[in-house]
Design a protein around this ligand. Structure first.
Ligand code: NDP
Length: 283
């Protein structure tokens, strides 16, 4: 029987624990707070931000909303970030990506105080992660590590193949796995022998944004599959980067879409904000 790796269940469990941690913080006069900056009118971004607000409120985390029009300048954003960086009431700062073209996203990310960088995208945090001394972890890869741990899937010594090398998923995922003693192969759109590599994976992590791209013939029987992708198929249904119907029967364990990696990303964002607030009491 293939094990279905249930991200909803673990996310729920983590959020219940976080509720208790925010109660303790509030009892000591600390209201954990996340500042969320949204620029422009991108539909998906607005939905993500709304979901983050709802999830934060449910665990007792305060959110501060900063909405800017599409025409906002880099200077305006930097001015706000500079203020939030030193505001003792703000523990986490999140800038929803993507940003409009006139704004240099790398510059904005680098302007965030690394100790408030809940997304773990600041170059200092990226560097520390790669040096195996992480201070802030990118939410999606962190959530994947927690899912694997919860299901007692040990990565040490395993060959993990990652498909996708983005800054938010593939690259930090590789660093986390390497830190956990996995043998890691990173593949991408220019990889010439992709199938040959994916077939070698003990654990396959796919983050490319191509609906049901990975088929049965791409994996070996007994593989553990983590599907990060979120795509709409021709029928408008939300599907992953892995063809679940084909791959699930031959896998040992697999994350579904929806209900796998997605819920964990948000749980990790909340957890990191609470952890940052706990620094105030030496937690
Ligand atoms: P990006 O578009 O930033 O990166 C995609 C990566 O996939 C690139 O490295 C690209 O290669 C690679 N790629 C694209 N096509 C192929 C191919 N045919 N073969 C091999 N590699 C390929 O995407 P993200 O990392 O931001 O997101 C990936 C997916 O994960 C999306 O569906 C996104 O919606 C989802 N996602 C889900 C999250 C969640 O919480 N569940 C969080 C973040 C993302 P190259 O570098 O050569 O261009």
């Amino acid at each position: 029987m293939t094990e279905i790796i249930d991200g909803r269940a673990l996310s729920h469990k983590i959020r219940q624990q976080l509720k208790q941690r925010t109660v303790l913080l509030r009892a000591r006069g600390i209201i954990p707070a996340l500042a969320v900056i949204l620029v422009g009118s991108d539909n998906a971004s607005q939905i993500y931000v709304r979901n983050k607000h709802r999830a934060a409120a449910e665990i007792g985390l305060a959110t501060q909303d900063f909405k800017f029009p599409d025409t906002t300048t880099e200077e305006e954003l930097l001015e706000l970030i500079t203020k939030l960086n030193v505001d003792p009431k703000v523990h986490g700062i999140l800038v929803q990506l993507p940003l409009p073209p006139q704004i240099n996203a790398a510059k904005i990310t680098a302007a965030i105080n690394p100790i408030k960088d809940v997304d773990g995208f600041h170059p200092l945090n990226v560097g520390q992660l790669f040096l195996n001394d992480p201070q802030s972890l990118p939410c999606t890869p962190h959530g994947i590590m927690r899912l694997l741990a919860e299901h007692q899937i040990n990565v040490a010594g395993k060959h993990v193949v990652i498909v996708g090398r983005s800054n938010i998923v593939g690259r930090p995922m590789a660093a986390l796995l390497l830190n956990a003693d996995a043998t890691v192969t990173i593949t991408h759109s220019k990889t010439s022998n992709l199938r040959e590599l994916t077939q070698q994976a003990d654990i396959l992590i796919v983050a490319i944004g191509r609906a049901e791209f990975i088929k049965k013939a791409d994996v070996k029987p007994g593989v553990v599959v983590v599907d990060v992708g979120m795509n709409r198929n021709a029928a408008g249904k939300l599907v992953g980067d892995v063809d679940f119907t084909e791959v699930e029967p031959i896998a040992t364990a697999i994350t579904p879409v929806p209900g796998g990696v997605g819920p964990m990303t948000i749980a990790m964002l909340l957890e990191q904000t609470v952890r940052f607030a706990e620094r105030k009491i030496g937690g």
